[in-house]
Design a protein around this ligand. Structure first.
Ligand SMILES: NC(=O)c1ccc[n+]([C@@H]2O[C@H](COP(=O)([O-])OP(=O)(O)OC[C@H]3O[C@@H](n4cnc5c(N)ncnc54)[C@H](O)[C@@H]3O)[C@@H](O)[C@H]2O)c1
Length: 333
């Protein structure tokens, strides 16, 4: 089977994608800098978890892909035919505090990965974009055909820039590329900086939960297993260079898809479900919306449904208890 390079392999989505690729018989070369944006132990545990299920199919290298020389050295002598580029500086709020981390990982890092894809003439590179590119003036549900010129955070601006830089590589070098705009991903092995983890940990530790936007927020929550299914379906279907317009408007071999659940959920319903799963009421603290955040996200997923047959399968009524069960076991509460 194929050998695939996965960046961000110690991250939430990268580790889940790596596990599924190994489970279906591919082998994976995983890269990650194991940076300390959130606890490094969680990233190490994800790598150990992949190793425990697929020791013979998984190789891991600790490297910073924004460092061109380190990246080239790490990949010397390594073979791979496709790339899933999921490593990035994620998080909307942190981009107001540490903008340069986003420039290094998401701009320099994206160009470095595009260059690797070009030099190695890979068959396809799938990379992560974000629903945040739709900004605050979005129409709902947001479609890949909508204009996305008004990001409200630097994080969103770097993700949109990734799409634009990728477009030039598809045009100039006819490199097959797919950008995936993920909508609020959650589930086992999730991220400690995201709402569900913050809510569950606060409830178990009897701390107040901070509810932004006075609770008038809506998110298209997407369960990790559905995201992984969408990433693999994309990876296996490189956009063809046939002169036909692709989702997102490219005339080159570059497609852009939303991957969401197609249901925009009210934050208060989400909190109710977390409380039920934890078996405890939250202490609720209301705050104004934070700078850089948007009040609502909702995904139009027609393009990926039509092209790749993607269908979300997990609703928050099942996905939230599954996350809380995992959280309980992992954190020993
Ligand atoms: N989780 C979501 O809800 C969500 C939503 C939209 C988009 N995304 C995007 O999906 C991708 C994966 O997100 P995630 O939730 O798994 O985040 P994550 O932070 O868990 O994973 C990203 C990984 O990339 C690694 N990394 C960062 N900079 C690096 C560098 N310079 N070199 C090597 N490794 C580096 C980090 O150590 C981390 O393990 C990111 O591009 C993110 O922006 C995620």
């Amino acid at each position: 089977m194929a050998r695939i390079l996965v960046t961000g392999a110690a991250g939430f989505i990268g580790a889940a994608v790596t596990k599924r690729l190994c489970a279906r018989g591919d082998s994976v070369l995983g890269l990650d800098s194991l940076n300390d944006y959130y606890q490094v132990s969680l990233k190490e545990d994800r790598v150990a978890d992949i190793r425990s299920v697929a020791p013979e199919r998984f190789t891991f290298k600790k490297v910073d892909f924004s460092d061109q020389h380190a990246l080239t050295a790490a990949l010397a002598g390594e073979e791979f035919t496709r790339i899933v580029h999921l490593g990035a500086q994620a998080g909307v709020r942190y981009s107001l505090e540490n903008p340069r981390a986003y420039v290094d990982a998401n701009l320099t890092g994206q160009v470095n990965m595009l260059e690797i894809a070009r030099e190695r003439a890979v068959g396809h590179m799938v990379y992560a974009s974000s629903s945040s590119v739709y900004g605050g003036r979005a129409t709902y549900p947001s479609s890949v055909d909508d204009r996305v010129d008004h990001p409200v955070s630097l994080y969103a601006a770097t993700k949109r820039a990734d799409e634009l830089m990728s477009e030039t590589y598809a045009h100039l070098f006819r490199l097959p590329l797919t950008g995936l705009r993920f909508f609020t991903v959650y589930g086992p092995w999730g991220r400690p900086d995201m709402a569900l983890w913050l809510f569950a940990s606060a409830i178990f530790e009897d701390r107040p939960i901070r509810i932004y936007g006075e609770g008038e927020m809506y998110r298209d929550f997407t369960y990790i297993d559905d995201i992984v299914t969408g990433v693999l379906a994309s990876l296996d279907s490189a956009p063809s260079d046939d002169g036909m317009a692709k989702p997102g408007g490219s005339m080159g071999p570059h497609a852009i898809y939303n991957i969401g659940n197609n249901l925009s959920e009210h934050l208060m319903k989400v909190i109710d479900l977390v409380e039920q799963a934890c078996g405890k009421a939250a202490i609720r603290e209301y705050h104004p919306i934070q700078p850089g955040e948007v009040r609502r996200t909702a995904a139009n997923i027609e393009a990926i449904q039509n092209d790749l047959g993607y269908e979300p399968t997990v609703r928050i009524e099942q996905g939230i208890p599954a996350f809380v069960d995992w959280y309980r076991e992992y954190s020993g509460v």
